[in-house]
Design a protein around this ligand. Structure first.
Ligand SMILES: *Cc1c(COP(=O)(O)O)cnc(C)c1O
Ligand SMILES: [Zn+2]
Length: 400
């Protein structure tokens, strides 16, 4: 189906291959790049000036940045009010650890309980716009729940393939949204193989991380919000729990776009981006530290932080580029470390975060201990999910 951009607020212009820059039409259905089989990235026409006044202040969701999002026609928008999550100060933890500025963006407050809502709201809206009949996704949990919810709202068929060991709450919630759920022995990579087999005829749109270009565009709105919420300044360091890496790549993309637009003053320094992984599954760390050439042969294990159990991220090179360009780094956290972080955020700040969020706080403490982060820097933690769906795995651990 061919689409026309005319009369649309969106400045969407073209897609490019993330490896070799070959351009592809943004107005046809695309998956990975035909040239290099890697993710495609959306470009916008930023030549014509676009002031911050295009932000729709009446819209309290991520859709307030519509001009910089890929949806062409308003009537295709599939929304549950995702985004514009609170950016909270953590005064008690900051005082305890003698930190000058400790902030947390609480993505657990999104519809369906995680930041996956952003990517799936966008991808399902575009799927609807492209006229597909249904979507299929391999997931560690949260992405499947979000896909199921947004497909229900769009009237599209949803097929969710997740590891059998995923906590029951994730499976159940998908069923309540009317999705078909298939359980697979293994990790998300095994679910990905099953999705390819099950969808060999291509009847459904494969919404796997970075296999279509628009989940990334949803996730990038976190970057716009962080800048807007900090009155167009940025933190010194940003810690993000990286699985497939869409958030890390997306936030960095938003910072680049805002620089180009002039929304960030030239003197505003971009933060060092820190990817936080699980010790049980840290392919990015292994590649970064040169113990393997890339993630293809990596063998990962299950972790409390389901979202980090991604042994073969398709976007590994894109993540490495973000770390390099931002002078960031990657660290891993143990299972106990995640629980410690969850306890701290719960006991001290009233936040019941996902293990991924717990990992991020513990990672910050690890980097403070080595001197890689200074106590007077502005530190921003991303909590990507709500702890409640992980109850099967964390019940009884609140007291350490
Ligand atoms: C999916 C997920 C992640 C990892 O996100 P990526 O964009 O794949 O890096 C982190 N935390 C939670 C709670 C998730 O669901
Ligand atoms: Zn290419």
């Amino acid at each position: 189906m061919k689409l026309v951009a005319s009369e649309s607020l969106s400045r969407l212009a073209v897609l490019h291959c993330s490896a070799c820059d070959t351009e592809y039409s943004a107005f046809d259905l695309q998956r990975v790049s035909a040239c290099c089989q890697v993710p495609l990235v959306a470009d916008y026409d930023l030549h014509q000036p676009l002031s911050r006044a295009v932000i729709d202040q009446a819209d309290t969701s991520m859709w307030r940045y519509g001009a910089l999002l890929p949806l062409l026609h308003e009537e295709n928008k599939v929304t549950l009010g995702e985004g514009l999550t609170p950016l909270l100060r953590l005064p008690r933890l900051a005082a305890r650890h003698e930190l000058a500025h400790l902030l947390l963006k609480d993505e657990g407050q999104n519809p369906t309980g995680s930041f996956k809502a952003r990517g799936l709201s966008m991808a399902v809206s575009k799927a609807k716009e492209m006229g597909v009949e249904g979507c299929i996704i391999p997931t560690a949990g949260n992405a499947g729940v979000a896909l199921a919810a947004y497909c229900a709202r769009a009237g599209l068929r949803a097929v969710v393939v997740m590891p059998r060991h995923t906590p029951q709450a994730f499976q159940e919630e998908c069923l309540w949204y009317g999705a078909e759920v298939e359980l697979v022995d293994g990790l998300i990579s095994d679910c990905g193989a099953r999705v390819r087999q099950r969808n060999a005829d291509g009847a459904l749109l494969d919404i796997s991380t970075l296999k279509e270009p628009y989940r990334l565009e949803g996730k990038k709105t976190m970057g716009y919000e962080i800048a807007e919420q900090l009155n167009w300044t940025l933190p010194d360091v940003l810690l993000y729990p990286a699985g497939g890496g869409t958030g890390l790549i997306g936030i960095w993309k938003a910072f680049q776009e805002m620089k180009q637009l002039g929304w960030l003053a030239p003197h505003v320094k971009l933060p060092r981006m820190v990817a936080v992984q699980a010790e049980n599954c840290c392919p990015l760390l292994e590649t970064y530290e040169g113990r393997q050439p890339n993630c293809h042969n990596y063998h990962g294990h299950a972790t409390l932080a389901n979202g980090l159990a991604v042994p073969h991220p398709l976007g590994e090179n894109m993540m490495l580029r973000v770390l390099r360009e931002s002078h960031g780094t990657v660290v891993s956290v143990s299972e106990e470390g995640m629980l410690d972080g969850m306890r701290d955020l719960g006991h001290q700040e009233g936040l019941f975060v996902a293990p991924e969020g717990g990992a991020v706080w513990t990672a910050a403490r690890q980097l403070l201990a080595t001197g890689a982060i200074h106590p007077d820097e502005k530190i921003l933690l991303l909590n990507t999910g709500n702890g409640q769906k992980y109850m099967d795995n964390v019940a009884g651990r609140a007291r350490g």
